[in-house]
Design a protein. Sequence first.
Length: 700
Amino acid sequence: MSNMVRGVCPHDCPDTCALQITVENGKAVAVKGDPAHPTTAGVLCTKVSRYTERTYHPDRLLYPQKRIGKKGEGKFERISWDEALTCISEKLTEIAAKNPLAILPYSYAGTMGLLQGDGMSQRFFHRIGASFLDRTICATAGGAGYKYTIGSRIGTDTEQTQNARLIIIWGGNPIASNLHFWTRAQEAKRHGAKLIAIDPYRSLTAEKCHQHIALLPGTDAALALGLMHVLIRDNLLDHDYIAQHTLGFEQLRLRAAEWLPEQVAIVCGISAAEIEQLAREYGESARRGEASLIRMNYGVQRTHGGGMAVRNIACLPALVGAWRHAAGGVQLSLSDAFPKNTSFLQRPDLFPAGQAQRTINMSTIGDALLQEASAEFGPAIEALIVYNSNPVAVAPESAKVAQGFAREDLFTVVLEHFQTDTADYADILLPATTQLEHTDIHSTYGHLYMMANNPAIAPLGEAKPNTEIFRLLAQKMGWDDSCFHESDDQMASQAFLRDDPRAAGFDWNRLKQQGWQKVSLPDAPFAHGDFATPSGKCEFFCQRMQDDGLDPLPTYIPPYESVASNPELAREFPLAMISPPARNFLNSTFVNVQSLRDVEGEPHLDIHPQDAAARDIGHGDRVRIFNRRGSFTAKARVTDKTRAGLVVGLSIWWKKLASDDKNTNEVTSQRLTDMGGGPTFYDLLVQVEKVQAVVPAVAG
């Protein structure tokens, strides 16, 4: 007996694909893209097309377990759900009686679902009065810069991409991380569009664009200022749009005048001619009435000045009037297009009235776990509940993260599908369901469809949905609040605001049957202004930034660590490093799927021939990458895909699956971005040296 079930890809990707799961005799046998869904169009990435391999993986966690070895050893024994829940509730009750702020959740986007992500779980942590987690590790820097300028995370609809005639892919590699945008960009290319990639590294995407501008990491804001200079100098402007729908043009004009292309070229490590040409193409395309689209991605923001870089780029469409076209403008994220009923889902009103509050930044979890109690910090963290994340692998300055997780006085609970690097440090390990085994409802950040996920199969073993785990914990805590008795269907039915015109006609039962429903937005959301800023305009000058202690105009904030900004450090560690996603992984998800890991092979470091020769490094040599924070090893790939002075380590590997039990986050920093409190994964200097082979001693 065979049937088809509608689902959604839950992973941290803008595509949020509609799935068709084929089930035979209670077992999922195939996961395919839904051909009727407008953005998925029947196509899945290699990772998700093999989703059954993940669900039925022989290493799936199927039963609750408790630790029997030292933290980090990964030794566990099976226990019952009742024993696990009793242990957790008793420990949390004990800690909360002293100070509930000593309890911290740690989660991110292992699933993007509104229920299994941070629905019932947030109710639980609000009710107990735990510390808040500032979930910064991906997009907060760019989100802050974008919202200062545009007002909300809304931009060009992906479904318009094929109608653009100039597409600038800035700080992203959509072949690996935004496949369905790339499909439409390729269609635009076939229709005569020009594609330009701006990226320090010649990625798979950059190789297939007409032009690649390989700027230095962390200099995107300067490039945007150089483009503004040329656009204004050469009068490649839409004066009518500027007059009606922008704020602060005269101040911007004076600021941009300081950024001569020749100076910008030095900062960015590119030629002035590249800046001049790009500005002319962008301005003249708009002047011809053609749609010009900037697809900005998160690589732009993972340096010290990342928020400002996104802000500067977000100013460009308003200068040339690119927002007039449905296929023009800029897209960073579409998250704010969805009228989510967050207060209902997460119930912040449950937080105890009058209790002190504290927020911990997830990007500095290493320092936070090692912080002793103090008047400034508050209580030391005594309990950590991790779900939908793998911080020991993905958080920066990994040695400190592991040191913090290794504390014997830290009570750690991990909800997981597999025994990840983080799971090895758990005191209690709980088996969670995969997307094929539970109900969920999704918004997206790369298209405009509300999405429903129906469970296709029964949970394997004793695995439970995150929602059910936190319901059961609430019951063990003795709480009788009605919100902890609501089912997933009841929660999903109110996940979006029905009275918001963007979600007109939203009905959960109908959504489950149809699979998706598009939110209602204008085709060109800012064609007539209507920005969600206080002024209703694109704010070149932003008073809110000034009020927050930031420069109210576009500027350039150099990296913490670069040859130009920190020459003393660069004498010891002369190479910049970035670690963009590997094509066959999604952050640390899928790394343990053997067929995908076989394609990636092992951790590699791409190094320019000039830098390799200076270090006597040959293609295939094992190398050590290090700075003052730590080190890891990888196999060298000598290639001109990276520019001289830059090394690239595609990530994120599970540490336990690397030959040296380490990954790139050994060398990344816990320093934060200029705004939004984001991480600076691409803002670091390293040295690289050849690992000399050990020659066995010959018995005499």
